[in-house]
Write a protein that binds this ligand. Structure first.
Ligand code: ADP
Ligand code: MG
Length: 524
């Protein structure tokens, strides 16, 4: 018997994007459906306006940024997981997790209204595939601050592939997911075979997205303004915010029109700037090339060539740019097909994943809501299977022959998950009482260049161990992306179960206190 946390409660899939967020749910017929917000939009700008205890999230907040931007904040996602990052909005300090939680609260509340008042208690939230452990944990923290039980964090390209593969069950194809959003770029190669989706390689850039294209237009407009008026309009923060809005609008027009025009006003001066698509493409060519390089490397990583790629899935609003499609056509030798809705497929995939997770958790007796899907449609969800890979190398700090601290990889990047690896190390001194295992994530042997995931202390050693006593360190990455660590001293036949103390992310107390802080606010 399953306990239901709350009768009538439901779970959703959430695409928490840098610029736009989307929420979806699988209906009784097994179809993923987008749940619109209270403004009846299917996507909600990830922008927050704060004044006193009043929070406004979405398009009104976004419009406000274009009117000067006081009390508003956007592009929060790339900062998630930065432990010390604070934003000052509406005269108060906020963590990226708290601001993300406000966005989540807004559309969860809207979605609840939209689906007849059923409480949304559980969610699957998506993240870019190359997000680190820390960023994943922080995304989960944001969900918990918003009062959600985060059942799972899943990769955006996997979600997109799920949305695609779910519709085309039984196919056998290698697909490349090219996701260029507002602030992040993500590329992932996958194999969809029957009911199984296998990730082959992944890479990306957490600081590359549509915003960078907008900034090139801003710089171009500013230079023209300086030439004509001798003043830099970017110096004035209000004008700069307006420029962001104008530049983005001009960019959107250039996806359809061969040329457009934008008007810049600053300090009572005005300038009209003409911009052709060709000029826009010239000034952003290096950004596009960056995505092409990442694309090539990812395909190479999987030991493949573009000719092995059967399909490109375009994800993210920025894939509407003409130059992106032209570049992909050149690489693939044919036009990319529009197989998915680039704005919605990630949330749809998250909703599908939510059903899969609900079924798995319920089978294990967990108190999660029952999926809305009718029994006759559930079989498809039962059959779907994802095989993920590890997006960053995991290892520990050890001393090399010269006594210098180095990161020794244990589970390499690109390794299939679940995966268990054991490596033997040796103690560095006589009579060591305890061994400290520093768990690291990153592609460098220099500890400074890697992120520390946590620490694991092996205590209670006999005390008379000679130097160079072997210690076996076992890393186990589970299907849901969790890392378990165990250390064993074979010489003394002792297995020391050690706990990984997560130094990253927020503590339980911090989450609770942020949650109380957010709960006291009115969010609309
Ligand atoms: P994210 O997932 O990062 O929130 P989205 O996938 O929603 O981002 O994409 C948002 C980005 O797509 C923004 O930078 C926006 O300007 C850009 N975008 C949306 N539509 C178009 C278009 N028609 N042409 C060019 N860029 C677009
Ligand atoms: Mg996105």
């Amino acid at each position: 018997m399953n306990r239901d946390a709350d009768p009538g409660a439901v779970a959703v899939g959430i695409d928490l994007g840098t610029t736009y967020s989307v929420v979806a749910q699988v209906d009784a017929n097994g179809q993923p459906q987008i749940i619109p917000n209270s403004e009846n939009q299917r996507t909600t700008p990830s922008v927050v306006y704060i004044e006193g205890g009043q929070i406004v999230v979405g398009s009104v907040a976004k419009e406000q940024t274009q009117l000067g931007g006081a009390n508003t904040i956007q592009f929060i996602k790339p900062f998630i997981g930065r432990r010390r990052k604070r934003f000052i909005v509406g005269g108060q300090e906020w963590t990226p997790e708290e601001l993300s939680a406000m966005i989540l609260r807004k559309f969860v509340a809207d979605a609840e209204n939209n689906i007849g008042g059923h409480p949304i208690t559980h969610a699957v939230i998506t993240v870019p595939a190359f997000f680190t452990e820390q960023q994943r944990k922080s995304t989960e923290d944001a969900g918990r601050i918003a009062g959600l039980n985060v059942m799972s964090i899943i990769n955006e390209p996997t979600a997109a592939a799920l949305a695609y593969g779910f519709d085309a069950l039984g196919i056998d194809k290698t697909v490349l997911v090219y996701d260029l959003g507002g602030g992040t770029f993500d590329v992932t190669l996958m194999r969809i075979s029957g009911h199984t989706i296998t990730m082959l390689a992944t890479d990306g850039d957490v600081q590359l997205g549509g915003k960078d294209w907008d900034e090139r237009i801003i710089d171009y407009a500013a230079e023209s303004f300086i030439k004509n008026h001798g003043v830099d309009p970017r110096q004035d923060p209000d004008t700069l915010q307006m420029l962001y809005g104008q530049a983005e609008q001009a960019k959107l027009r250039l996806s359809k029109l061969p040329s457009t025009r934008l008007t810049v006003t600053s300090q009572g001066l005005a300038d009209t700037i003409d911009l052709t698509r060709e000029q826009f493409e010239d000034m952003t060519d290096d950004l596009l090339s960056q995505t092409e390089t990442t694309l090539r490397l990812t395909v190479q990583q999987a030991g493949m060539d573009f000719k092995h790629v059967d399909e490109i899935l375009l994800v993210g609003g920025s894939t509407r740019m003409v130059a992106v499609r032209r570049m992909l056509q050149r690489l693939m030798g044919r036009e990319p097909r529009h197989l998915l809705n680039p704005d919605e497929c990630v949330a749809q995939g998250a909703a599908i994943h939510a059903v899969m997770t609900q079924m798995r958790l319920r089978e294990n007796g967990a108190a999660v809501p029952r999926p809305l899907v009718r029994e006759e449609h559930l079989e498809r969800f039962r059959q779907m299977e994802e095989r993920l890979i590890n997006s960053h190398t995991l290892g520990i700090i050890a001393l090399d022959a010269q006594g210098k601290q180095v990161v020794v990889p244990i589970i390499p990047r690109g390794a299939h998950i679940p995966r268990k690896e054991i490596k033997t190390f040796r103690t560095s001194a006589d009579n060591q009482q305890q061994i400290r295992i520093m768990v690291m994530e990153g592609e460098n042997t220099n500890p400074e260049a890697c992120a520390q995931l946590g620490m694991c202390l092996v205590k209670g050693l006999p005390g008379d161990l000679p130097k160079a006593t072997p210690i076996e360190v076992c890393f186990e990455c589970t299907q849901d992306g969790q890392l378990h660590i165990q250390a064993r001293l074979p010489m003394i036949h002792q297995t020391v179960h050690s706990q990984i103390a997560r130094t990253m992310g927020m503590t339980e107390e911090e989450i609770l206190s942020s949650r109380q802080r957010i709960e006291s606010l009115t969010i609309s």
